[in-house]
Design a protein around this ligand. Structure first.
Ligand code: MG
Ligand code: MG
Length: 257
């Protein structure tokens, strides 16, 4: 992938702009989270996020993103066995016990922020609860490694070890990535790896870390809509993501409210 070779170091002013994009992104995700109830459609979730972006003069870098066909919405909504890239629809209603992964990007003043969470609708199963805790824990473990002098392999390995030590699986097919003026820049940060390997982390790197975790096996398949990625075995999946800057002072999460 060509984008993976382009690493752009950001100065303090650029990181501040990304922080603002990240703040708006967090507000959009919060608006979606508030709506997670049985009967709500995934198109409703998309509309709520779009309204927040519009209010702040931002747009989604997802809309029109090149793929099998230009991506048609501002967020992705992936339910239960769907891991990432689910397309919002007026026909798809949330149900009690679902777990819903919502990924949102914000393009504001020339910079992109990218973040995702998974949450339950009403009461969810103990397995689903554990999956959400482990996936969010894996993101925290990855963020902790985002320090100057570490390598991308340290981040990847921390995510993989956390997930696998809890008996779940990480995808091999989709990865974290640098983010900045473009939604996808270098370096690529897989959710598996070897400590001490990969790209050296330097202050000013901004990376979207995004553990994608599957209960059954690491394998995925793409559904008939040609965007939605689901677990190959139909088992539950979860996805958490933050955009994080490497700074002299340690990791700085840019996608918080
Ligand atoms: Mg994302
Ligand atoms: Mg991403």
């Amino acid at each position: 992938m060509d984008w993976a070779r382009q690493i752009h170091i950001k100065n303090a002013a650029e990181i501040a702009l990304m922080r603002e994009a990240g703040r708006v992104n967090a507000l959009a995700l919060a608006a979606v989270r508030e709506l997670l109830q049985p009967g709500v459609t995934t198109a409703d979730l998309n509309a709520a996020a779009e309204e927040v972006l519009r209010k702040h003069g931002a747009v989604s870098p997802f809309k029109g993103y090149p793929g099998p066909y230009p991506y048609p919405a501002s967020i992705t909504v992936s339910i239960n066995e769907e891991l990432v890239h689910g397309i919002p629809s007026e026909k798809r209603r949330l149900r009690e016990g679902d777990i819903v992964s919502v990924d949102c990007g914000t393009l504001l003043d020339g910079f992109v922020a990218d973040s995702a969470f998974t949450a339950g609708v009403g009461e969810i199963s103990p397995l689903a609860k554990r999956l959400l805790e482990v996936t969010e824990g894996a993101l925290r473990a990855g963020i902790e490694q985002m320090r100057p002098g570490n390598r991308t392999g340290d981040v990847s390995a921390a995510i993989q070890q956390y997930v696998e030590s809890h008996g779940f699986h990480v995808t091999r097919e989709y990865t974290g990535h640098g983010v900045g003026r473009q939604m996808h820049e270098g370096p690529q940060v897989p959710n598996y790896g070897t400590p001490g390997r990969g790209i050296l982390l330097r202050p000013g790197m901004t990376i979207a870390l995004e553990p994608m975790v599957l209960v059954g096996t690491p394998k995925t398949r793409v559904l008939a809509d040609r965007w939605t990625v689901a677990s190959a075995d139909g088992s539950l999946t979860a996805h958490f993501e933050h955009t994080v800057a490497v700074t002299e002072g340690g990791p700085l999460v840019l996608t918080l409210p």
